[in-house]
Design a protein around this ligand. Sequence first.
Ligand code: ADP
Ligand code: MG
Length: 696
Amino acid sequence: MNTAELFGTLVFNDDVMQTRLPEDTYRALQKTIARGSHLELDVANIVADAMKDWAIEKGATHYSHWFQPMTGVTAEKHESFVSPADQNHGKAVMEFSGKALVRGEPDASSFPSGGLRATFEARGYTAWDPTSYAFIKDRTLCIPTAFCSYGGDALDKKTPLLRSVQAVDKQALRILRLFGNNSASRVNVTIGAEQEYFLIDKEVYQKRPDLIYCGRTLFGAKPPKGQELEDHYFGAIKPRVSAFMKELDEELWKLGICVKTEHNETAPAQHELAPVFSIVNIAADHNQLIMELLKTVADKHGLTCLLHEKPFEGVNGSGKHINWSLCTDTGINLIEQGETPFVHAQFLLFLVSVIKAVDENQDLLRVSVAGAGNDHRLGANEAPPAIISIFLGDELTEILTAIENDAPYQGREKTLMEIGVTALPHFPKDTTDRNRTSPFAFTGNKFEFRMPGSAASVADSTVIINTIVADAIGEFADILEKSADFKKDLAKLIRANIKKHKRIIFNGNNYSEEWEKEAEKRGLLNLKTTVCALPCFITEKNTALFKRQGIFSENELNSRYEVMLENYCKILHIEALTMVDLMKKEIIPASIAYQNDLAKLIKNKKACGGFNCALEDRLLGKLAGISFIFLDRLEELEKNITDLKNGEPLDVARYYQNTVVRSMAALRQTADEIENMLGRRYLNLPLYGEMLYSVN
Ligand code: ADP
Ligand code: MG
């Protein structure tokens, strides 16, 4: 099969629906998809039947509601299509009803809910989301669903995402109407999520318990060669990796996922993949599938894919760049310069809403990328710092400054920019030499949010971007709808907001120390860690914002806050235990064996007639000295873990941050020093260089 034939073969997409559903059923379903209207059970029954027949023809034996609980990974519970046809079970029939399609009841007591769903009422339910296509994976028909409690509280990442899309849609349409656009009936959020990851040899991976339990290395001395030569970035792809990428492409194509680029990233063993953008609900589902397939396809090739934000210290970590834009159902990108002055004014208004939204909600954007893993990455000289700012490029910034000051813009010709009257000078799309250090960059027709970690769900940050932009647009719409002189008030509004929020615009080097100082002067937030950031999630301002936009009730918000705190603590707990264990099982025995050999050698040499033992003496002395510090630090970490007391989740998280994280860092430092002194044969574990260069 060629690529075009392969594409989407495992997806119950629009083509399949058109050929397999009776016309009136197809129309009813389309209406539900486009407008979210209710689907009658008899229609659902027909759809379910067609889905089942199609899936069975493709070799599926099971179906599953596929959902995204707050664990961050997807969940599925497989049910067989097979039912006994008679009481003696002599025959079987393949069954799948409309009821089973529309609603599922997984036993969900073990999913995190932050107290929303007490365990005695264990069942949440999953509800079919017809806006994302069903697909086949592992001979199972997967039905994308939202996951809620019986009280209707969202227990997943998809529900708030869908709500936030509705919020932007509603507010953006108000603006479009003000600009005389009556043809668009929907504004969609489009997302392209670039995914970074590491690939290492599976056998090497299996020898590192820290990678197995924590997804990242907890110790390991720097290899002689890291990424300093920058010879991996865009370098030739190795045959084994290339074979992996080829199969991955095919598997993704079958699921209707179009991957545009696959190249080597900066760090050794690091790669990146970018799918072609799509509407956000599908992009979020696709990104989950991409992460899953990266792992399973790698495994087939004797490789392991690491999605952790920082698997290796000393080389770059992995992010997930979220490209975000707004697009009408008539195909107009609202974050793009148009042709006429009036469209330019509309573009400026959307642009300024994003600027206002980001400036007023730096805290929420920071919360949306918070997590134990990303704490190692943000601000670590390879990823944006924890300070949120927007990159616009010099030209657009100058245009905004000219507008703000009502001064002529010195472009190719000197022009006074009258909003809605003059056309914006054409500024370049700036794709080649744009600022890669910015956390939130305007890239010509979209914004690129570069802070999210590689393992995050697309939904995490997109919910926030959608919500804050919806709120800003809504505020503008409130003002403009009341205006008696639209053009004049529009210009006033844009000017006032540039003035008010320009502090968030920064085109320089975000990695520099000067920026940190400058940002502080500008009064921008610098929430360096997850624990600093998370409390912002539930402030009065943000609780009201989420309520106003219909994204989270106060209960839902508090539960999410708790889940994030718990998750942070659990990850650190596992890491600390793994580290202690590895120190005792690997580093100490290796160090002792080496010291023992040295001591024996010294003794033997002396017995043989007093040979010079300078080397052995010095090494032994050094190791013995360092072992003492090592033991102190190991005991401190162990004590920190045992001293742990239950309490308010935020206090516990603070405890982890202030004691456990610190003592792990100290212990790692000595462990790495010891590792550096040991002969290779004393260590059972693969070293950094052996992991980073394990794939040939
Ligand atoms: P580059 O990173 O070289 O600038 P692109 O701009 O083409 O490459 O794309 C980066 C990512 O942004 C891709 O995943 C792409 O599909 C996505 N993207 C492009 N246009 C949009 C858009 N309008 N909305 C959302 N994502 C987009
Ligand atoms: Mg990018």
